[in-house]
Design a protein around this ligand. Structure first.
Ligand code: AMP
Ligand code: MG
Length: 579
C-alpha cells in the first residue's frame, strides 16, 4: 500500500509541473474520516459528538489581491499565472469554491488565560479542503476572516487589514527564520468594512476587511482534544487521537496504517503509541518555544486553543518582537496586568499547556483503578523531561548565539580556566536588561567584535563597537561600561577555547542571530501604507524577510532599532486581541 505522507518541513523546490487552480488535487480526509456535525445551517451553537461543521465562506463586496507568497504557491504547485488570475482572488477571498472543496470549521475548546473556556472553535476560520501536491505532501487551505461559522459566538467572523497584514507577513517571516509555523498563501481585501474597537475603549471605527489564506499540514490544536475530554466523550476523543497519530504523525509511527485516498480504517493506537505520540508533541512544542526564545518572538496569546499539535506557531494575533531585551514584555494589552504570556514565561506556559493536553488524553492511557497507574506516570515523566530538556537546550541555544558549543559536564567541572557557561549566559542576559539594549542588534554587533585575546580593547572601545544596539546613550555609565568589559573579557577567554577563527565565528553566530526580524513598528509602517492602498511596504518586507540572516544591500532601514516615535504608538508597542 503506498503511503500518503505529510511533511512539516517541506522542500520549497519549484513544482514539478506548475498547475492551475482547477488542477489542484483535493483529498478531504479530515471531513471524510472524522465525525461531522449533522446540522448544516450556519448559526451559532454548541456542537457535540463532532469535530467540524460544514460551512461556506461569505461572499464579499469587491475582493482584491494585496499580496501572495510565491513559495507557498510553490508548495501547492500553483503557477505564477494562476496566482495572478482573477479566479485566485475570488477563491482565496471566499467568493468562489472549487468543485472539490468541502469547506468546514473545526470544533475545539481551550483554556484562555489559564481558565477553561469551553467550546471555542473556528469562529472565523474556514478550511477549504486538503490539497495533495505532486510531491505527495498534504496541505490544508484555510481562510481566516471569511465570515461567521457555528463557532463565531457573538462575533462577526471577519478580520481587518492590519491584523491580516501582520499574520501574513509573520507566518512567512517565521518560516524563513527556521521557526516551525503555519504558512500564508495570500492576503486579500474583501471590499467590505469591518467595525473594530481596537483598544476596547469605546472608540469603534470602520476598518478595511481582509482575508488571509493560511496553509499548514494540520490545523489541529490542543483544544481539539480537550473539548471531547471535558464533555466525557471518550469515544470521540479516541477517534481524533487515532486519526492524528495515523495521519499527522505518520512519520513517527510508520507501522500505523496510513490512510490512503478512499481508505476508512484507522488503526486503534495502543496505550504505548499514545504515550509515544504525546512525547513527540512535547518535543515539537519545546522545539517551537526554543526558537521563539532564540529570535525574540512573543506569541501574546498562548491559550491551549492556539497550540498546534504539530508544534507549529499558529494564530498570529497580538504577537510582538522583543526590541529592547525585556523578558517581562508582552505586546498584548489584554494581558497587561498579569503578563501571563510575557516573553520569559513562554516555556512555562508551553509546559502548562502540555499538562492540559495530558489531562485530556489521560482517560485513554490511565488506569485510575490501578495503584501503579503507569499511564499517568508516563505522562508526568514526559512533562518532567520537557522541563529538564528545556534547561539543557536553552543553555545550548544561548551559547550558540554566542558562537560557543556547549561543554560536556566533565569539561565544565574541570579546571579549564573559564567560568561556568550558564553563569556566562545569565550574566549577559542581566547586562542586556540593565540598559535598554536591542536584542537583535546586540548579537549581530557582538559577532563583529574580534575576540582574539591579542586584540586588547578598552571598555569604551567595546561599548562603541556595540553602540548600534543601545537605545539610550546616557545609560552607558562608567559602571555599565566596566561591567560589560568584564563580561567580554570572560567571553574572550571562553571563545578562544573554541579554536575558531574570527571570520568563522561571525559566520556561525550570524546563522542563528537574525539581522532582519518583523519589528513591530515595521509592520505598522507597512500597514499604514496598505490602508491607503499602497502595498509596497508589505512587498518589501516579504522580500527582505526571506533572507533574515543575510545583510542585504540597501535594506539597512529594515534592520534598525525602533525609532523613538514608535515607543508608545498603538500597533508598534501595544496590541490587543481586537483583530
Ligand atoms: P483567538 O484569541 O484569536 O485565538 O480567538 C479565540 C476564539 O475566538 C477562537 O475560537 C476564534 O475563532 C474566535 N474569534 C476571534 N475573533 C473572532 C471574530 N472576529 N469572529 C468570530 N470568532 C472570532
Ligand atoms: Mg485562536
Amino acid at each position: 500500500m503506498s503511503k500518503t505522507t505529510t511533511s512539516i518541513t517541506p522542500s520549497i523546490s519549484s513544482p514539478k509541473k506548475p498547475i492551475t487552480l482547477d488542477d489542484l488535487c483535493f483529498d478531504n480526509r479530515f471531513v471524510r474520516e472524522l465525525p461531522g456535525d449533522p446540522e448544516t445551517k450556519n448559526f451559532c451553537r454548541q456542537v457535540e459528538g463532532a469535530y467540524y461543521s460544514l460551512v461556506k465562506p461569505a461572499a464579499t463586496v469587491k475582493p482584491s489581491l494585496v499580496a501572495y507568497s510565491c513559495d507557498v504557491a510553490g508548495l501547492l504547485d500553483l503557477s505564477d499565472e494562476s496566482c495572478k488570475s482573477p479566479q485566485f482572488v475570488r477563491v482565496f477571498s471566499g467568493n468562489e469554491l472549487l468543485p472539490k472543496m468541502q469547506p468546514f470549521s473545526m470544533c475545539y475548546g481551550g483554556h484562555q488565560f489559564g481558565n477553561w473556556a469551553g467550546q471555542l472553535g473556528d469562529g472565523r476560520a474556514i478550511n477549504l479542503g486538503e490539497v495533495v501536491n505532486q510531491r505527495d505532501e498534504r496541505w490544508y487551505l484555510q481562510l481566516k476572516g471569511a465570515g461567521i461559522t457555528p463557532y463565531s459566538r457573538n462575533a462577526d467572523g471577519l478580520a481587518v487589514l492590519r491584523s491580516s497584514v501582520r499574520e501574513f507577513l509573520c507566518s512567512e517571516a517565521m518560516h524563513y527564520l527556521g521557526v516551525p509555523t503555519t504558512r500564508a498563501l495570500s492576503l486579500t481585501l474583501t471590499g467590505d468594512t469591518v467595525v473594530r474597537d481596537m483598544f476596547y475603549d469605546g472608540n469603534a471605527k470602520p476598518e478595511l476587511g481582509a482575508v488571509v489564506c493560511r496553509v499548514a499540514p494540520s490545523f489541529t490544536r490542543f483544544g481539539n482534544f480537550q473539548l471531547p475530554a471535558s464533555r466525557g466523550d471518550i469515544d470521540l476523543l479516541k477517534k481524533l487521537v487515532a486519526y492524528t497519530i495515523t495521519t499527522d504523525f505518520s512519520h513517527d509511527f510508520p507501522d500505523q496504517d496510513s490512510l490512503d485516498q478512499g481508505s476508512v480504517d484507522i488503526a486503534e493506537p495502543t496505550k504505548e503509541n499514545i504515550l509515544q505520540w504525546y512525547n513527540k508533541v512535547s518535543e515539537r512544542t519545546l522545539d517551537m518555544v526554543l526558537h521563539w526564545m532564540r529570535v525574540g518572538f512573543v506569541h501574546g496569546v498562548m491559550n491551549t486553543d492556539n497550540m498546534s499539535i504539530l508544534g507549529l506557531t499558529i494564530d498570529y494575533g497580538p504577537y510582538g518582537w522583543l526590541e529592547d531585551y525585556d523578558p517581562t514584555w508582552t505586546p498584548n494589552t489584554t494581558d497587561a496586568s498579569n503578563r501571563r504570556y510575557r516573553f520569559e514565561h513562554q516555556p512555562q506556559i508551553a509546559h502548562w499547556n502540555l499538562l492540559q493536553l495530558a489531562n485530556a488524553i489521560l482517560p485513554l492511557v490511565g488506569d485510575e483503578d490501578s495503584d501503579s497507574n503507569e499511564g499517568r506516570k508516563a505522562l508526568e515523566a514526559t512533562l518532567n523531561q520537557f522541563a529538564e530538556n528545556y534547561q539543557t537546550r536553552h543553555l545550548a541555544m544561548q551559547l550558540e548565539k554566542l558562537g560557543l558549543k556547549p561543554l560536556s559536564a566533565k569539561q565544565t567541572l574541570s579546571e579549564q580556566g573559564h567560568s561556568d557557561d550558564a553563569v556566562l549566559v545569565t550574566d549577559l542576559l542581566t547586562l542586556l536588561q540593565s540598559v535598554e539594549t536591542d536584542m537583535t542588534l546586540f548579537y549581530r554587533c557582538l559577532a563583529e567584535v574580534d575576540v582574539s585575546s591579542s586584540t586588547v580593547l578598552t571598555s569604551k572601545e567595546y561599548v562603541s563597537l556595540l553602540t548600534d544596539a543601545y537605545y539610550q546613550p546616557d545609560q552607558l555609565t562608567e559602571e555599565y561600561t566596566l561591567q560589560l568589559h568584564q563580561w567580554v573579557e570572560r567571553y574572550v577567554i571562553r571563545s578562544e577555547s573554541e579554536g575558531v577563527a574570527q571570520t568563522q565565528r561571525k559566520h556561525i553566530m550570524n546563522a542563528v542571530n537574525p539581522l532582519y526580524v518583523l519589528r513591530n513598528y515595521l509592520s505598522q509602517v507597512a500597514i499604514d501604507k496598505a490602508e491607503n492602498g499602497d502595498f509596497s511596504g508589505v512587498e518589501e518586507l516579504m522580500e527582505v524577510l526571506k533572507n533574515p540572516y543575510i545583510e542585504q544591500e540597501g535594506k539597512k532601514h529594515l534592520a534598525e532599532k525602533r525609532p523613538e516615535w514608535a515607543r508608545h504608538r498603538a500597533g508598534c508597542s501595544m496590541l490587543s486581541c481586537s483583530s
